[in-house]
Structures are given as C-alpha cells and as structure tokens.
Design a protein around this ligand. Structure first.
Ligand code: HGY
Ligand code: MN
Ligand code: MN
Length: 412
C-alpha cells in the first residue's frame, strides 16, 4: 500500500470515529459530531495547501485557484453526513480521495486551467430534516428557503440548526457557484450494490442515477383502550399504515425489474402497548431509472392510501418532500473517465445505473456530472459492515489522478 493510500485509509478510520452515538456511527447534519468532522476536514484541506472555508450551510470547501482569466470551476465532491448506524465509506471516501487528488496537483505545482474545488457537502442523506442534497443545493443555487422551516424529531428547525454552527441563512444564496461558471463535477463513491463484486472489478463508470421520490405519509385515527374497544369499533392508525406498507412492498415486487419502494422511518403515538395507535407518520422512498413511470407509481400508491384511509375511517396526509428526476451522467466526461481507466491499465470498464442518490443529482441541475463507483464488499452499505479495500481505493485514486490530468490537458 503506497503512502497516499495509507493516508486515505487512516483518515477514513479517523473520520469514522466522530459520531453522535457511542454505539454506532451516526453523524446527522448540524450536530456536535458533524461540527467536529467539519473542523477535521478543514485541517486536512489546509494541510493539502488548498484555500479553505466553511460556507453558510457547513459545506467545507477547498480551492486550488487557476491563474487563467475567467477560469471556470471544476468540483470534486461528496458528503460527510451519514445515516444512522452508518458505514465508514458512504460519503467520506469521495471527500478524502478528492483532497488527495488536489494535494498531488498542489505538490506538483500544476498549472490549472480551471479552479479545482473540493466540496465536502454537509448533508446529502437528509437523515435529520428529510432534505436530501441540502449541502450541494447551496453550490447549485437550488437551496429552497421553504426547507428552513422543516423540523427534526425534536422540533428543531433547519434554520436553527444552521445558525447553531454554520452561518446565517441570509448568506446561503451567496455561496453558490453561478450556473455559467461550472466546468463540471466528479464524485467518487462506493457502489453500494453487488455489480462490481459480481463482475470482479474494482471500479466502474456511472451511466445514470435513478429518479427518487420521498413522501411523508401520516395516518390519524382515534386512541382508545386496548382492552375495552371492540375490534369493529376501532380507528387504528397503525393497522391502516401497515396495510399501506404491505401495498408498497407488493407494488415493488410486481415491478421489481424497474422499481424499489421502502418505508424506512416511522413515528407513532402513543407507542404504548395498551393504547390503540392514533397517529402514525412514516417515510416512503420510491425509485426508478424511469422518471415518468415513478410518477405514475406515486399516483397509484397515493390512490391506494386514500382508499385505505376511507375504508378505515382514518385521516390521511400525503406530503411529497422531494422529487428528483433521473440524471444522465455527461457523455464527454464519461469518455475522458473511460480513457483514464484504460490508461491506468484496466481493460474492462463497464457503466451501471446508480439506484442510490448522490450529490451529483443536485449538481446536475447546473453542470455536467460524472461519477466513479468503487467496489464495496457484497454491495453492503448503510450498514457498519460497509467496506472498500485499500487495493480498490488505490485503483480509484490512480484513475482519478489520470482523469484530472486528462482534463487539465484538454482545457489548457
Ligand atoms: O438514499 C440514498 O440514495 C443516498 O444514500 N442518499
Ligand atoms: Mn452517499
Ligand atoms: Mn447514503
């Protein structure tokens, strides 16, 4: 293992120890651990010789400036927030590799035809406020001020969380990179799926990123005594939600070649064993590479929910929290990346769809995007068993160095 790969693996380990939970890795946006991670990333970026700042939403940003007039921005990024009980690689791998790529160019005093930005996005998962791509929305100039009023499970608003550690919400709009000033975006990320293991490949290209719709579904019934309420007289919110959730599973199985559907988060009242549940609020996450088909499925599921709510006399609320259409990665950047893979001696390069969302989704609204996937053992992710080997990380670094060298040559 060369010393750069060693430094990468050490940093992955170091970052993975910064958690708000002593039993597992959990680093949501705007928490003490998130702020501690931000500070550590800033020191690594400064050590790499970048111009470093933290923007108003906690994105840690490092820049290697170009001396050319009117130089545009090329951004390499990923995220440093995590899901609950996370793995060490989802997000941090792309950030730490990005810093490494920039450090090499800085140490070689490479003349850059573009400003090279390394962006550590502060919130991609949306675990706390259910706002995926919050950090990258700032750079893309797509931050929606309506999100400021969103509250977390402890009723803290997003704007309060921002003001606690990062900055004032008025400054957010100043932190974007103007649409015309982007040259492109590159993200290295673990595949989080089984294809690279099956193909026995260390890395591959990403062709496109699936469309994703997130809905907050609420069922309101009447709380009553579990012992005295006859079954036929109940307005049980949890039974209504359960019937719907099984419908989600059935729909996903019926269209499983092109659809996935998940209910991953649920809050309920009164959550007491001898009280009939009066209130259930759960997430709905549906995805497909076909955006139009996904909208149809969303409508179908909403109608099913309305049907169930009427049949069971339960009040339903259906709130679409986020809808992101499928993203096609830029064909030219893909060609340069494919050439780079070949140049470092990997003959077979495939390209696959990403079922997972990434910051590239948000950045694709203002710039051409490219992604490199790195094999992760058994495709496991969003799980402490998540793992990418130093050997595969070293290949990803080599390909990425070559990719930047090709881009510098092209734009010089
Ligand atoms: O949910 C996702 O696809 C990603 O992990 N944010
Ligand atoms: Mn991720
Ligand atoms: Mn993730």
């Amino acid at each position: 293992m060369n010393n750069r790969t060693e430094r990468i693996t050490k940093r992955l380990e170091q970052l993975s120890l910064i958690s708000d939970d002593d039993k597992c890795l959990s680093r949501f946006f705007g928490t003490p651990a998130h702020n501690e991670a931000k500070n550590l990333l800033m020191t690594w970026m400064e050590a790499a010789g970048l111009l470093v700042f933290c923007d108003s939403l906690g994105n840690v940003r490092g820049v290697l400036k170009s001396n050319q007039q009117n130089a545009k921005h090329f951004v390499i990024g990923s995220h440093y927030d995590t899901v609950y009980n996370a793995g060490n690689f989802d997000g941090p791998l792309g950030i730490i590799l990005g810093i490494e790529i920039a450090q090499r160019l800085k140490e070689n005093n490479t003349e850059l035809p573009f400003h090279l930005n390394i962006a550590c996005f502060s919130d991609e998962e949306g675990s706390r406020f259910n706002t995926a791509y919050l950090g990258s929305s700032v750079l893309a100039g797509n931050f929606d001020t309506d999100w400021l009023l969103r509250t977390d499970d402890c009723n803290v608003t997003l704007s309060e969380a921002i003001e606690t550690y990062y900055g004032n919400v008025e400054a957010i709009s100043n932190d974007k990179i103007l649409e015309g000033d982007w040259l492109g975006y590159y993200e290295i990320h673990i595949e989080q799926g089984p294809v690279l293991c099956k193909e026995n490949l260390p890395i591959c290209l990403v062709s496109n990123i699936a469309s994703q719709i997130r809905v907050e579904v609420t069922w309101e019934g009447i709380s009553a005594h579990a012992g005295t309420s006859p079954m036929y007289l109940r307005d049980d919110a949890l039974c209504a939600a359960s019937e719907f959730i099984l419908e989600v599973e059935k729909t996903g199985q019926k269209h499983q070649e092109k659809l996935v559907g998940t209910v991953g988060k649920m809050n309920m009242l009164s959550n007491t064993s001898n009280v009939i549940p009066a209130f259930v609020c759960h997430s709905l996450d549906i995805r497909s590479a076909d955006s139009d088909f996904l909208i149809e499925i969303q409508d179908q599921l909403q109608h099913k929910a309305i049907e169930i709510s009427k049949k069971r006399n339960i009040k339903l609320s259906w709130k679409v929290m986020q809808m992101n259409p499928a993203v096609i990665c830029d064909s030219h950047l893909k060609d340069v990346l494919r050439k780079s893979i070949k140049k470092v001696g990997i003959d077979k390069s495939i390209e696959i769809t990403s079922g997972a969302g990434h910051d590239a989704v948000m950045i694709s609204k203002v710039a051409p995007v490219s992604m490199l996937f790195v094999r992760c053992t058994d495709g496991i992710s969003h799980n402490p068993e998540e793992y990418a080997s130093p050997e595969d990380i070293e290949v990803a670094l080599k390909v990425s160095d070559q990719f930047l060298d090709e881009l510098i040559k092209e734009f010089n």
